[in-house]
Design a protein around this ligand. Structure first.
Ligand SMILES: C[S@@+](CC[C@H](N)C(=O)[O-])C[C@H]1O[C@@H](n2cnc3c(N)ncnc32)[C@H](O)[C@@H]1O
Length: 284
């Protein structure tokens, strides 16, 4: 059952996250869900997304080491990363570098679009498919979510985002389900973007993740009445909305671009009237 958060405890701060994190007390954060700039030349409003690889890695280790300090011993750090045909190794280079400080506990795949066969054998496609024009590369339909923890042994609440069993006949006899009708969701998370009409108005940011992505990370880690969630690169505030929906008591988000934060604050305020878990979110 979600707790009831208060908007006063949701802070969206215009600040370089390296500075903001440095000012936070040690072991004060339960969960970080974030998607940093990927260094792929994305056109953000303030940030220049094209550093030499060495400088990008150095900068990454700067904020990642602050996270190591502020996240509690049993906390989780969920890192969403995508790649580009020009830089296919980037997510792995980052994961290996971060692995010097953190333990990689799980790897999730955020699937944006998929084609499956119906029981009759017909192909059925669903999700948001953004085709690329290339003879060499296929269209990229997924990103990574690396789940890091300090020691790799954080207990998860797998059934908080569980899926119902298809065959329910044996559920009552299975000990591991404790009589419940939910199994682990696994590590392929199909989360499509919502369809939007006008990019500038409905999603004024070039690189967002869906609210549901943040929500699944938060819920699988587990939420208690004093949970504190942080997103150092909060953008339009989708992690804040995911935290709100999950009943998280306290949220801190940083971004250097005020127009993104303004949008995030507006959405949070709009949703604050809704009970946790029911907030209807703007297009993501
Ligand atoms: C990939 S986007 C995050 C989008 C967010 N997950 C969402 O769904 O809206 C990365 C964000 O990092 C911000 N940013 C870049 N450098 C930053 C820094 N040093 N501190 C805080 N934010 C920064 C950019 O302005 C951008 O909004």
């Amino acid at each position: 059952m979600p707790h009831s958060p208060s908007l006063d405890a949701y802070q969206l701060i215009r600040e370089d996250c390296c500075v903001g994190l440095r000012n936070m007390p040690e072991a004060s954060v339960d969960i970080v869900v974030t998607s940093p700039p990927y260094n792929l030349g994305i056109a953000y409003k303030s940030y220049k997304d094209k550093l030499p690889m060495e400088a990008y890695l150095e900068w990454t280790m700067d904020w990642v080491s602050e996270l190591e300090r502020v996240i509690k011993p049993n906390g989780s750090f969920f890192l969403n990363l995508g790649s580009a045909p020009s830089q296919p190794l980037m997510p792995f280079q980052l994961a290996v570098a971060i692995g010097e400080l953190w333990t990689l506990q799980n790897t999730f795949h955020w699937i944006k679009s998929i084609t499956v066969e119906t029981p009759k054998g017909d192909p059925m496609s669903t999700g948001h498919f953004k085709p690329i024009n290339s003879k060499r590369f296929v269209t990229d339909c997924h990103e990574y979510i690396f789940h890091f923890s300090h020691e790799g042994n954080v207990s998860l609440d797998r059934r908080a985002i569980g899926v119902p069993y298809q065959d329910k006949s044996n559920i009552g006899r299975w000990k591991h389900t404790e009589g419940g009708d939910l199994r682990c969701r696994g590590n392929n998370w199909f989360i499509p973007y919502k369809t939007i009409r006008q990019r500038d108005k409905d999603r004024p940011h070039p690189a967002t993740f869906p609210v549901q992505l943040a929500e699944q990370c938060i819920r699988i880690h587990g939420v208690h009445e004093r949970s504190h969630v942080v997103d150092p690169f909060v953008g339009l505030g989708h992690a804040a909305l995911g935290a709100w929906n999950s009943g998280v008591a306290r949220f801190t988000g940083f971004d250097i671009e005020e127009s993104y934060l303004k949008c995030a604050r507006e959405q949070l305020e709009k949703n604050a009237g809704e009970p946790a878990g029911q907030a209807e979110l703007f297009s993501d």
